[in-house]
Design a protein around this ligand. Structure first.
Ligand SMILES: Cc1ncc(C[n+]2csc(CCOP(=O)(O)OP(=O)(O)O)c2C)c(N)n1
Ligand SMILES: [Mg+2]
Length: 485
């Protein structure tokens, strides 16, 4: 995957504050078009130069004021110019707007000359990028964002180890992608509905942000009686009514059309909320993705599609999944306002989600965010990613593009965090998690009868028969089912 790097003209938060004051920072979002070009020559990972990045994150009028057909361009992309042969008045009145005629036979190119730029606020060293368009995050939220990222990282490490010790059957980490779930969650309200399914397995950060406790995570992974899913799902298939978070289920991308339906219901009820649905680059290769985008655009549903493009769908790289410039251009193809952000930049994800939410709700429209990131961990505990990708690549993203370290540098630079806070946080999180796992292990498993409930109001005869057969099997082989009463 090609993410370009820039030798940026950076300034520290303190310097900017000194120069412009806090209000200057707060108001930058309403100032000039913001994607700054600079004199250095940024290069992509594959060594090609990325020249003259165009302005793309328009001013607030463009962002918040335009309607479909008049303008679907939140950014300033170059218009394709066609020769109309001097027939200025020749046009076809067609649904969706007037289509000009041209005598020129020209196919639309399969790709624009330049790749869609990636919105960034913090560079890899945690310094603010000059002219970035962003809303300042206050100390309380920034510290909560950072602490939640560290807690998630600790949770991933400990649950991963627990799986290796045979205490849970399966696990899957968010390592390297922590900024996406947590920063987007920070930009939403608890009333915004989160749609979860298989590729939402990398978004426990949203639940963590909303207050799902470490004990609740442990109960689900251990599948005990306190698990809201009553032990009927694999580990990491979390869900919470309280936190407006639909339960994760396995088939990829099925959540996307469902999210549009849920968003349409919010629209009909006149709710001041939107639906947010997450998926991976692999999810975008499913038919449901395309159906969902089209459905959302046509129904003008207040839904935010957040794609974590982490370069891989298990062992399939994005280069074997699509030939388009990632996911962001697919949003535009369906008539959806879209943005590409640096998914390892917590402030960029926060700001893009915040702006997307405002547009989704006030304008009642879908928005798509493609967050470029990298899956630093293996796909899951069933995978060994060193079999299909170079270790150097993993190390590069782990060390040089680490989203937590980058955000910490910015939080540190503001004087909001220090080493003592860090060791206290990490020590407490570890202690609480170990305690949560031990406590969850002591809770009994759900009763066998729970396996057959909650789908039908009156249990159908085939399920009654299945339960009888299962009980007979257990009676015949008690040694294989030691925990069943
Ligand atoms: C419909 C469907 N097909 C295949 C799978 C098996 N599967 C589980 S995760 C995964 C890869 C998903 O990749 P991506 O969407 O990029 O998410 P990531 O794991 O990278 O976060 C696949 C193929 C599935 N769960 N559902
Ligand atoms: Mg992926």
């Amino acid at each position: 995957m090609a993410i370009w790097f820039r030798k940026s003209i950076n300034v520290s938060a303190n310097y900017l504050k000194a120069k412009t004051g806090l209000w200057g920072l707060l108001n930058q979002r309403h100032l000039s078009p913001c994607f700054h070009s600079n004199s250095s020559s940024p290069t992509s990972l594959n060594g090609k130069n990325y020249r003259n990045p165009p302005s793309f994150f328009g001013n607030s009028t463009t962002l918040f004021g335009s309607r479909r057909f008049e303008s679907v361009k939140a950014g300033r992309q170059e218009e394709l110019r066609y020769d109309n042969g001097g027939h200025q008045d020749q046009a076809l009145d067609f649904p969706g707007g007037t289509v000009p005629f041209t005598p020129e036979m020209r196919f639309i190119s399969e790709a624009s000359r330049e790749r869609i730029p990636c919105y960034q606020v913090l560079d890899d060293n945690g310094n603010l990028i000059m002219h970035s368009s962003f809303v300042q995050v206050n100390k309380e939220d920034a510290v909560k964002m950072y602490s939640t990222m560290v807690t998630l990282q600790t949770m991933d490490t400990i649950f991963y180890e627990a799986q290796r010790q045979g205490r849970i059957s399966f696990y899957l980490t968010s390592i390297g992608e922590e900024a996406i779930s947590i920063s987007s969650a920070a930009a939403l309200t608890p009333e915004d509905v989160i749609l979860a399914q298989e590729t939402q397995y990398r978004e426990p950060g949203v639940l963590l942000w909303r207050g799902f406790t470490l004990q609740e995570f442990a109960n689900q992974c251990l599948g005990n009686k306190s698990d809201y899913g009553k032990g009927r799902q694999m580990p990491i298939h979390y869900g919470s009514n309280k936190h407006n978070y639909f339960t994760v289920s396995s088939p990829i991308a099925t959540q996307l059309p469902q999210a549009v339906g849920a968003a349409y219901s919010l629209k009909m009820d006149g709710k001041d909320a939107c639906v947010v649905t997450y998926f991976g680059d692999g999810g975008s290769s499913e038919g449901d993705f395309h159906a969902a985008l089209n459905f959302a655009a046509v129904m003008e549903a207040p839904v935010i599609f957040i794609c974590r493009n982490n370069g891989w769908a298990i062992s399939t790289p994005v280069s074997e999944q699509f030939r388009s410039d990632g996911i962001v251009v697919k949003g535009q193809a369906y008539g959806i306002r879209s943005i590409r952000v640096d998914g390892n930049d917590a402030l960029a994800v926060y700001n893009a989600t915040r702006a997307a939410r405002e547009m989704a709700i006030t304008e009642q429209r879908p928005v798509l965010i493609e967050a470029l990131t990298y899956r630093v961990g293996h796909h899951s505990t069933s995978d060994d990613s060193t079999k299909y990708r170079p270790v150097d690549e993993i190390e590069h993203w782990k060390m040089s593009r680490n989203p937590i370290a980058r955000f910490r540098r910015w939080v540190d630079g503001n004087g909001w965090w220090n080493d003592k806070d860090e060791s206290e946080l990490r020590g407490n999180a570890r202690k609480q998690l170990l305690h949560a796992i031990q406590a969850a292990e002591k809770v009994e498993k759900p009763p066998l009868s729970d396996l057959f409930t909650d789908v039908y109001e009156n249990t159908p005869s085939n399920l009654i028969q299945q339960e009888e057969l299962l009980r007979q099997t257990i009676q015949r082989h008690p040694q294989d089912y030691p925990s069943v009463e």
